[in-house]
Design a protein around this ligand. Structure first.
Ligand code: PBG
Length: 333
């Protein structure tokens, strides 16, 4: 009696490396990455961030050194996040509109020295407010939508005037993309792009970031549930993205990334616009702590990024940008 063999052997294509390379559907390159960087005032300092092993708060001279390395690795863009002197924090986040503030100074330095590096500035007040919320609050701590939009437009202009290539509103106010677009256009910044944090969830994965920018203690026990999205929702994410595209967003973002890959896929399928995902601080730290404990191998770094791209992301904001670009370079050499 003859044995019945499988008619189709999917393992045949997997047998040799050349063949695996040929049939691969998704490729990761350093062009896919945006590196979020934390900055501080001062000189010659790389301040370790305890909750994010391997990440630092950089003074501007150190930032310049870092960006030189990132350019050599073909990383196209960075996103700047300031850790502001607590003495400069106010109820309304006024330091966000200071043309001599840390972010505008960083942007001017970068665009002068490294014009080819894409510079993305966040649009939100949380690094600057004494209460740690992303916008202007009323007496109950409720973030006021329309007042906040006015402030965000002013912040966006301050960044654009300094030379920012992209404004990335991360605040989740309604109508902010349209308002920022109008302010930029009226001031003739017609080519300043908007990367909208469109589907940004009220996530516990942001914990280490709040430590990095120093907003955790300001926020205290308060939360952001009345403006960031409920992790239970997916149709609402499409609604948010549609709104931001209609208001003039050039690129949209889903955040966090790995726990929300279903959202990335739905958004990409529905709209087909440049779609980004943010592998946030908590995702980074989970991986790093597990790697440091010897529980996971470093291979999870590229695997996690590949998974995000496979789900439909055109690009990824990730604290692994530099490490991943180095690994990809080694693989290809
Ligand atoms: C705030 C902002 C947050 C992140 C980016 N911009 C945190 C928050 O909404 O509280 C999180 C990024 C990360 O966790 O890496 N506007």
């Amino acid at each position: 009696m003859s044995r019945s063999y499988p008619q189709t052997r999917l393992r045949r294509n997997r047998f040799a490396k050349f063949s695996r390379n040929l049939v691969r559907e998704t490729t990761l390159t350093s062009h896919d990455f945006i590196y979020p960087l934390f900055i501080i005032d001062g000189k010659n300092q790389r301040q370790a961030i305890d909750s994010m092993p391997g990440q630092f708060r950089l003074t501007l001279d150190e930032l310049a050194r870092e960006v030189e390395e990132l350019l050599a690795l073909d990383i196209p863009a960075i996103a700047l996040f300031p850790n502001i002197d607590p003495a400069l924090k106010t109820l309304n986040g006024d330091a966000a509109f200071n043309p001599e503030g840390l972010v505008p100074r960083a942007v001017r330095m970068l665009k002068e020295r490294f014009p080819e590096m894409g510079v993305i500035c966040d649009g939100a007040l949380d690094p600057y407010t004494s209460h740690g919320q992303d916008g202007i609050v009323d007496e109950n701590g409720y973030v006021l939508n329309d007042e906040t939009i006015t402030a965000l437009s002013q912040q966006a202009l301050t960044c654009a005037e300094a030379g920012a290539d992209v404004i990335a509103p991360s605040d989740m106010m309604d109508g902010r993309v349209g308002a920022i677009r109008r302010s930029l256009d009226e001031a003739k910044f017609i080519n300043t792009q908007i990367l909208a944090y469109s589907a940004k969830y009220a996530s516990a994965y942001y914990g280490p970031f709040r430590d990095a920018v120093g907003s955790a203690s300001n926020l205290g026990k308060a939360d952001k549930f009345n403006y960031q999205m409920d992790p239970a929702n997916t149709n609402e994410a499409l609604h948010e993205v549609r709104m931001d595209i209609d208001e003039g967003a050039d690129m949209i973002m889903v955040k966090p990334a790995m726990p929300y890959l279903d959202i990335v896929r739905r958004v990409k399928d529905e709209f087909g616009v440049p779609t980004f995902a943010y592998q946030v601080s908590g995702e980074y730290s989970m991986h790093m702590l597990a790697i440091q404990a010897g529980v996971l191998s470093e291979a999870v770094i590229l695997e996690s990024l590949m998974a995000i791209k496979r789900a439909g992301a055109d690009g990824i904001l990730t604290y692994f940008a530099k490490t991943a670009a180095q690994k990809l370079k080694q693989q290809n050499s």
